[in-house]
Design a protein around this ligand. Structure first.
Ligand code: SAM
Ligand code: SF4
Ligand code: SF4
Length: 338
C-alpha cells in the first residue's frame, strides 16, 4: 500500500511520530511529574492499557504510509519499558522509516545502550538540567546525582549512538547552570539544547515569568563564547542552531514559548495509552487503541488517521498566554512524552 502524503488544515505535512512507551518514570522532575502529585498512590497505567509492541508497530507502519519518516521513543522514562530494543528492531524495519531516536534521562543507558544500537537506534537525547549534584537531585525529585547520567552519556557514546543533551531551564532554579553545562558539553563534544520551560499538563504550576527565553540564555552565553548561527538541517526542525565559532560543536535552543514554531510542526504523538494527539498542548486524544482492539482493518486505521490529520489546526504556542496556560485542558507530559 502506498498512499499520498497528507497535509493538515495549515498545510503542514505529517512527518514525525513521537511514541510514549510508558507513563512511568524513575525520576520526579518538578516541571514534569511533581512528586507531590505523582506519589505512591498515583494510578499509573496497567499493562493492558499500554499499547503492545505489535500494536505500536502496526500503527507506525500505517503512519509511515502517510508520510512519517522519523520516530522518537519517549515516555515517562522509555528505558523502563521492558525489552525496548525489541521495539526498536521492529520499527527500524518499517518501509519509509529512516530514523529512530530516543529521549531518556540516561540512567539506564549503561545497561541498554549497546543493545539499542545493535537494534538500529541511531540517536539519543539525554536530559540533564544541572551539573550540581544537590540541585540536580532536587530537580529530579529523587535525589539522584549527576554521576549516573554521566555514565549513561558515556555508555551511549561508546555504543556509537549520536548524543545530544536536553536542558530544561527554569528561572531562579537552574539558570546558574547555563555556563557550566555549556562548558561540559563543549568539552565532551556534545550538542547542548536549551529547552524553554513549557506549560505542559496542568500539574507543574507553570508561570510565564519562570521561563528563561532564548534571548536571555543567549545573552549569558555571548559573554563567554562566540557563537555563529547555522541553518536548520531539515524542514520542521525545532531547534534554532548555532555553533561555537571555528568549531564543529553545535548548541541549540527549543524556543517553544518565545519564538513558536507551529507553522512547521509536523509531529503526531501517540500516548502510552494509545491515544493520538495532534499537539503537545491539545488535551483531546483520539483513542486509536480501542478502535484497533475492536478489530479495525488497516484501511479503517488509515482513514481514521487521515481524518485526524486533515482536520488538524493546532498552533497553541503561537497563541499562548498566561490565561491559556491555566485554562486549556492539556495532557500530562509523562503520557505524551514532550
Ligand atoms: N524521561 C525522558 C527524559 O526526561 O528525557 C523522556 C520523557 S521527557 C517528558 C522528554 C523531554 O521533555 C525531556 O527532555 C524533559 O526535560 C522535557 N520536559 C519535561 N517537562 C518539560 C516542561 N515542562 N517544559 C519543557 N520541557 C519539558
Ligand atoms: Fe521522568 Fe523525563 Fe519527566 Fe523527568 S522529564 S520526570 S525523567 S519523564
Ligand atoms: Fe506543534 Fe502544538 Fe507545539 Fe505548535 S504548540 S509546535 S502545533 S506541538
Amino acid at each position: 500500500m502506498t498512499l499520498a502524503a497528507i497535509q493538515d488544515k495549515l498545510n503542514r505535512p505529517l512527518r514525525d511520530l513521537r511514541i510514549s512507551v510508558t507513563d512511568k518514570c524513575n525520576f520526579r522532575c518538578q516541571y514534569c511529574m511533581p512528586a507531590e502529585i505523582f506519589g505512591p498512590d498515583f494510578p499509573f497505567l496497567q499493562k493492558n492499557e499500554l499499547l503492545s509492541f505489535e500494536e505500536i508497530e502496526r500503527l507506525a507502519r500505517i503512519v509511515a504510509e502517510l508520510g512519517v519518516e522519523k520516530i522518537r521513543l519517549t515516555g515517562g522514562e522509555p528505558l523502563i519499558r521492558k525489552d525496548l530494543p525489541v521495539l526498536v528492531e521492529k520499527l527500524i524495519k518499517i518501509n519509509g522509516i529512516d530514523d529512530i531516536a530516543l529521549t531518556t534521562n540516561g540512567v539506564l543507558l549503561p545497561k541498554y545502550a549497546k543493545q539499542l544500537k545493535e537494534a538500529g537506534l541511531k540517536r539519543v537525547n539525554i536530559s540533564l538540567d544541572s551539573l550540581d549534584n544537590e540541585l540536580f537531585g532536587k530537580i529530579n525529585g529523587r535525589n539522584v546525582g549527576v554521576a549516573p547520567v554521566k555514565k549513561g552519556i558515556q555508555a551511549a557514546k561508546e555504543a556509537g549512538l549520536g548524543v545530544k543533551i536536553n536542558m530544561v531551564l527554569k528561572k531562579g532554579l537552574n539558570d546558574k547552570e547555563i555556563l557550566p553545562m555549556a562548558q561540559f558539553c563543549k568539552e565532551e563534544g556534545l550538542e547542548l539544547r536549551f529547552i524553554e520551560y513549557m506549560d505542559v499538563g496542568s500539574t507543574n504550576g507553570w508561570k510565564m515569568d519562570q521561563v528563561m527565553t532564548k534571548k536571555e540564555i543567549y545573552e549569558i552565553l555571548k559573554k563567554h563564547y562566540e557563537l555563529e548561527p547555522i541553518g536548520s538541517d531539515y524542514y520542521g526542525e525545532v531547534a534554532k542552531k548555532y555553533r561555537y565559532k571555528g568549531e564543529k560543536i553545535h548548541i541549540g535552543f527549543i524556543t517553544s514559548v518565545s519564538e513558536s514554531f507551529c507553522s512547521t510542526c509536523t509531529r503526531l504523538r501517540l500516548s502510552a495509552n494509545g491515544k493520538l494527539y495532534t499537539c503537545l498542548f491539545n488535551g483531546n486524544g483520539h483513542n486509536i487503541r480501542d478502535f484497533l482492539r475492536q478489530g479495525a482493518s488497516d484501511a479503517d486505521l488509515v482513514e481514521y488517521i487521515q481524518t485526524i490529520w486533515w482536520n488538524r489546526q493546532d498552533r497553541y504556542s503561537d497563541e499562548r498566554t498566561e490565561e491559556t496556560a491555566v485554562s486549556r485542558k492539556k495532557v500530562e507530559m509523562s503520557y505524551i512524552g514532550g
